[in-house]
Design a protein around this ligand. Structure first.
Ligand code: NAD
Length: 353
């Protein structure tokens, strides 16, 4: 098969980490007989320098014409003094909106080789922690009516049946591809929007009889994540709760350089990117950990192209390299072998071959 991928290297370490992910995708293509046709697209600070805006119309159009988008990171001190609506990060909002991406997938996977990096005790972590947080991305309180009224300020949490149903459907579909275990997180004891959320998730569950569904209040979920994270497989929740819980879940795994993410909408087009930023402090020094971006590319294979075996091959390759003791600086510990960005890419590609 032939797949078109728009690659947005962006700023700082973005170009370094996407370069390795592109090499990994090409290695997967060679091994499994797929053609990945990559087009490089400008967005972020580098697009401001070239065209005067963070997301030129032509860049968005290239992404729309692709089967999927791979993004490194955008931003940096050079553009920090620009007004909010002209900053590189606007490119991310523009891409999400322009591509209709309303679901954010944030896996929190703790590789056994990196157990020491977790702030939780080993007996709480156990073996093989693997949680997927599915966050609603374009609705709720971040987009609701807000304002000031004299010395009062307000924000509005609002969800429609349609908005809840489409994000819940994505979560159910993901649960079907995993362990068929879904926890929907809300605050239905207080919020009316949460009561609607719960009704819709419960209604949809009849279409997925194989998936076990539990409902949990957000305060309890925040507690359970650090008390017994292994009870979770897929979590689905609203924009704000998801913002907070996905950060909490990812910190259990310890390292920012290891965390991938995906944003999906209706249809198969998605945007895949590491959770970390452009890390200007280590940019251009071959020090960045490319694994978050490489696993984001694996998510692309799984969720946009439905290539589960290929995705698994990438994830297994990453685990093997970590098991063999190779580390970039951010995940380095005593007795391990320090490698750079490119060498880490080489090692993962060797395993895939
Ligand atoms: P950051 O994630 O870029 O860096 C935080 C720390 O983590 C730094 O010390 C950095 O060296 C380290 N780090 C991050 N990724 C790493 C990797 N792959 N390997 C090794 N070390 C890594 O966050 P920040 O410093 O708050 O932000 C820097 C810039 O990135 C800002 O301009 C910010 O707006 C932007 N940003 C962009 C995105 C994005 O593009 N999605 C996300 C967050 C921040």
């Amino acid at each position: 098969m032939n797949y078109k991928i728009a690659v947005i290297p962006g700023d700082g370490i973005g170009p370094e980490v996407t370069e390795q992910a592109v090499r990994v995708l090409n290695a997967v293509g060679d091994k499994f007989g797929h053609q990945f046709e990559m087009t490089e697209v400008d967005a972020g600070g580098c697009a401001i320098d070239k065209y005067g805006e963070p997301l030129p119309a032509a860049s968005l159009e290239s992404c729309k014409q692709s089967d999927s988008v791979l993004l490194g990171a955008v931003g940096g001190p050079k553009w920090d003094t620009l007004p909010g609506n002209q900053r590189p990060e606007q490119a991310l909002l523009g891409l999400r909106k322009g591509l209709g991406l309303y679901a954010n997938l944030r896996p929190a996977v703790l590789h056994n080789a990196l157990k020491d990096a977790s702030p939780l005790k080993p007996e709480i972590i156990g073996d093989g922690l693997d949680i997927m947080v599915v966050r609603e991305l374009t609705g709720g309180i971040y987009f609701g009516d807000r304002g000031r009224d004299g010395d009062t300020a307000y924000d509005t949490e609002k969800y429609s049946v349609e908005e809840v149903e489409r994000i819940a459907r994505i979560a159910f579909e993901i649960a079907m591809k995993r362990n068929k275990k879904l926890v929907s997180v809300d605050k239905a004891n207080i919020l009316e929007s949460s009561r609607l959320w719960r009704e819709v998730v419960t209604g949809l569950s009849t279409e997925y009889p194989e998936v076990s569904v539990d409902h949990m209040y957000v305060d309890n979920a925040a507690m359970q994540l650090v008390r017994n994270p292994k009870q979770f497989d897929v979590i689905v929740t609203s924009n704000m709760f998801g913002d907070i819980l996905s950060d909490e879940a990812s910190m259990i795994t310890g390292s920012i350089g290891m965390l991938p993410s995906a944003s999906l909408g209706t249809g198969s087009l998605g945007m895949y990117e590491p959770v970390h930023g452009s890390a200007p402090d280590i940019a251009g020094q071959n020090k960045a950990n490319p694994i978050a971006t490489i696993i984001s590319a694996a998510m692309m294979l799984r969720y946009s192209f439905n290539l589960a075996e290929e995705a698994q091959a990438v994830e297994n390759a990453v685990s093997k390299v970590l098991d063999s003791g190779y580390r970039t600086g951010d995940i380095m510990s005593e007795g391990m072998k320090l490698v750079g960005t490119k060498e880490m890419g080489d090692l993962i590609i060797e395993q895939i071959k």
